[in-house]
Structures are given as C-alpha cells and as structure tokens.
Design a protein around this ligand. Structure first.
Ligand code: TGC
Ligand code: FAD
Length: 395
C-alpha cells in the first residue's frame, strides 16, 4: 500500500506552517507509518493498547510536547503539538488518547497546579514514558456533570483519605499514577474540588478493565476504585484551588488536541477512500470515475479542508495566549462530528471491504464514536456555545 501523503488542498504546508512545524509533523507521520500501521489492526482485534510503543513515544518527545524543556518535555508550540495529535490519531484514536491523557490530563495539571517537587518527581518520567498516568474525573453517575462528583478526600492528621469510584478512565489499568479529582468541602476560601496525585500502588487503589467495549478497542479503559486510600499531605496538587475550574482547564488542553486528532482520523479515511476509488473497478470503470463517488470525495475534501484551517487558527490563537475554552469547544465539536461523517462515508465507499480490519475506515468510524462522546459530548459543546452566544445556561 502506498505511503500516506496527507491531503493539503489549500497549501497549508507552504503558507501557514513553519519549516519546524512541518518537520515535526513529518517525523511523527513517518513513525506512525513505520511503527503503528503494521500492528494496529491486530492490536485492535486483540483489544490491547500497544504498550510496546510507549518508550518510542517518549523518545519522539510527543508526551506533553507543549510543556517546558526544564521538565524533560519538548517545549514545542501548540500548532506543532496539535499536528502531533493529528498524526497519532491518523494511526488510531486510542494512540492519540494515550498521548492526550498523559500530556494534557496528567502532565498539564501537575505542571499547572503542582508543587516544584511534584513537577520534578513526575514530569520527566511521564515525558519519557517511563511512567504512565491516568486522569480520574468522571464517575458512574456524574459524566457530563462532574460538579456533582461524590468521591471524597477527607483530611487526616498527616494527609488525606480518598474514597470513591471513577469510571471510563483511559490508561487506568496500566497507570503508575492517577490524577484524581475529589470533593474536599470548602476549606477557607478554597473551593471544594481538588486534585490529588495518587500512586496506583497505594493500598486501597484498584483498577478494573471496562469490559464489552465496541469502540476504542486498542485503548485501556478502566474503572478506578478508591477505598480508604491514605495519602500524605504532599499528594494534594497545592495550586488546585479553583474548584471545578481547574479540572475544566485540563479538559480544555485535551479538547484542543482532540480537535486536531479528529482531523488525522478523517485524513486517514479520506486517503483510503480516494485510493480505493481509483483502483476498484465496477461496471468496467474505476468507481472513482462515477459521479456519485466524486460527490462523496468532494464533500469529504471540503469538510477536511475546513477542519484543517480551523485547527491552524485555533493553534495560532493558543500560541498567542488568546484562545478561549469556547473556541476550543467549537473546534472539538465540529471536527469530531466531521470525522464521524467522513469515516462513515469512507467505509461505505469501500463496499464490503470496508468492514474488514485490513482497511482502516471502520476502525476509525467505531473509535470516533468515543471521541465524539468523551471530553464533553457533542451536546455539551452545543450547550457551551449556546451559553456563550445567549448568556443563558441550558445545561
Ligand atoms: P461552570 O460554572 O460553567 O464553570 C466553573 C468554572 O470553570 C470555568 N470553566 C472553564 N475553565 C477552563 N476551561 C473550561 N473548559 C471551562 N469551562 C468552565 C468557568 O468559567 C467557571 O469559572 P469561575 O471562575 O466562574 O469559577 O461549571 P459547570 O459545573 O456548570 O459545568 C459546565 C460544563 C457542563 C460545561 C462542564 O461540567 C463540562 O465541560 N462537562 C463535560 C464533562 C467532560 O468533558 N468530561 C471529560 C472527562 S475526561 C475525558 O473524557 C477524557 S477522554 C480522554 C481521551 O482518551 O482522550
Ligand atoms: P451522560 O452525561 O450520562 O450523557 C448521556 C447523554 O445525555 C449524552 O447524549 C449527553 O450528550 C446527554 N446530556 C447530558 N447532559 C445533557 C444536558 N444538560 N442537556 C442535554 N443533553 C444532555 N473520563 C475521565 O474522567 N477520564 C478519562 O480518561 C476518560 N476516558 C474515557 C474514554 C472513553 C473510551 C470514554 C467513552 C469515556 C471516557 N471518559 C473519561 C468519560 C467521558 O468523559 C464521559 O463518558 C462523557 O463526559 C459523557 O458522560 P456520560 O458517559 O456519563 O454521559
């Protein structure tokens, strides 16, 4: 099969990206082509995250790549970071999920709300892939509405004791460390939800694989149980004093990466559909020579191009410190919706072959249902935008 080129109909490469951004993107693109594509179909069917790739992700510098070099990270700008997410998700949404959680949901909160000691202890090891992290916000009865969480952190004489259950936690079973959000009750001026760095070998902490998934199969998804988990005082992220605002800030980082990642999945499906359309002969001609398939491909191209341009502008705003959470919501919502459409159309263009694991579109199609749902469902982002437009909360 031909190597992936990447559709760039509006010459974004030469007009909107720097040489360094292109070089970083191409390095990850080649790595995905060489190391991920040969194994991802089998990993998906075997329902396993390809853990053997983690040290290579660390060596590539893609984990927490937009965090500072002082802590062992690559210190890249946000456009380069986004393009990395795009290329990882071109391989599989589970791979991008791994990197999103590690970088945006574990390293970012330690960087933003942690003590200097916590940063030195965890960030270099997480950047290299030596340690794996997970992020526990969602609970069985509090998905879209994490404000209602019932996991508690109670003060003891020398620290904290945590109790509760977190659900749907990416990387949960293989994590060395969990960033867990819990209700502490108001303490002085400090709002009642705070973040804790929990080593997963702490007595009382257990993780159980989520069974029965039909999406994101090459990803580790777990339920976390915290039963009288005793933690020292310094397990608290000391600067996580903003209540739900601080975990929501983490979500904004991850949603940003997902907006780019979804474009990668869509590009992979488009690439596959285009080459199939040129090669598959039916009624004596390649199906790509039929008007219906050309309309399908033109629609796909248009939506991907719009999403690529949206991402670049989002990234430039983020690099200038101007991006708002609502702008990130718009991009996450639009690009996940777009990618779901493209994956489904690509799968259909491939006919019966489209349901085989040897092709990629159906794997992406199934994965993207999770991507559409996590990090704020499509509906939740609609309501975030509705609130931004009208000033009225409809949650
Ligand atoms: P609300 O009253 O609106 O806000 C509380 C405070 O937070 C501020 N804020 C944000 N700040 C930064 N980024 C954001 N995205 C923010 N959204 C809100 C807000 O300004 C306020 O600040 P202040 O200073 O006034 O205190 O909070 P709410 O309780 O009404 O919630 C609003 C809502 C529904 C939008 C929020 O709960 C939400 O986003 N729900 C969706 C839950 C979600 O996305 N969960 C994701 C879990 S992690 C995950 O899915 C990982 S998948 C990873 C992978 O594998 O890639
Ligand atoms: P619910 O909130 O129960 O929503 C059900 C339906 O109701 C949805 O259609 C929703 O859009 C709609 N709805 C909800 N509220 C409203 C409203 N106010 N108005 C109208 N409609 C509404 N969480 C973590 O903390 N860490 C992780 O690492 C993580 N990884 C995940 C990995 C996977 C594969 C998946 C699927 C989920 C993951 N999640 C994680 C959880 C994810 O963030 C939640 O599933 C998501 O926020 C939605 O919550 P829910 O599933 O409880 O759906």
């Amino acid at each position: 099969m031909a190597r992936f080129q990447g559709i760039d109909f509006y010459d974004i490469d030469n007009t909107l990206l720097s040489q360094e951004e292109r070089m970083i993107r191409d390095t990850v693109r080649e790595w995905v082509e060489d190391r991920v594509m040969p194994l991802i179909g089998d990993a998906y069917v075997e329902r396993r995250f390809p853990r053997e790739l983690i040290p290579e992700l660390g060596e590539l510098g893609v984990l927490g790549a937009n965090l500072p070099e002082d802590y062992g990270c690559a210190g890249l700008n946000n456009v380069a970071y986004g393009l990395i997410m795009q290329e990882l998700e071109r391989g599989d949404s589970g791979l991008r999920s791994f990197a999103s959680v590690q970088g945006a949901l574990v390293m970012y909160p330690i960087f933003a709300f942690g003590s200097e000691e916590q940063k030195r202890q965890w960030l270099p090891a997480l950047a290299s892939g030596e340690k794996i992290g997970c992020f526990g916000l969602t609970e069985p009865d509090y998905g879209s509405n994490p404000a209602g969480m019932i996991t508690t952190a109670k003060r003891t004489d020398d620290g904290w004791v945590l109790n509760g259950t977190k659900m749907w936690i990416t990387n949960g079973s293989m994590a060395d460390v969990a960033v867990v959000w819990a209700q502490t009750g108001e303490i002085g001026d400090v709002k009642g939800i705070r973040g804790f760095v929990v080593p997963t070998d702490t007595p009382g902490f257990t993780a159980r694989d989520q069974k029965g998934k039909l999406s994101l199969l090459a990803s580790d998804t777990s339920e976390l149980h915290l039963e009288d988990v005793h933690l020292p005082e310094d397990a608290l992220l000391p600067e996580s004093t903003g209540g739900l605002k601080h975990p929501l800030m983490c979500l904004t980082q991850a949603r940003y990466g997902i907006a780019f990642g979804a474009v990668g999945a869509a590009m992979a499906c488009f690439d596959e559909a285009l080459s199939y359309a040129k090669e598959r002969v039916m009624f004596d001609r390649p199906i790509g020579g039929k008007q219906i398939q050309q309309v399908r491909l033109a629609d796909m191209l248009t939506k991907i191009t719009q999403a690529q341009l949206l991402c670049i502008q989002l990234g430039r705003l983020k690099d200038q410190g101007l991006v708002t959470p609502q702008q990130v919501s718009l991009a996450k919502r639009a690009n996940c919706d777009m990618a779901c459409d493209i994956a489904r159309e690509a799968r259909r263009l491939l006919g019966a072959n489209g349901i085989l694991v040897e092709y990629h579109s159906m794997r992406h199609m199934a994965n993207l249902e999770s991507v559409y749902t996590y990090e704020g469902t499509h509906d939740i982002h609609s309501l975030i935008l509705g609130q931004a437009l009208t000033g009225l909360s409809a949650f």
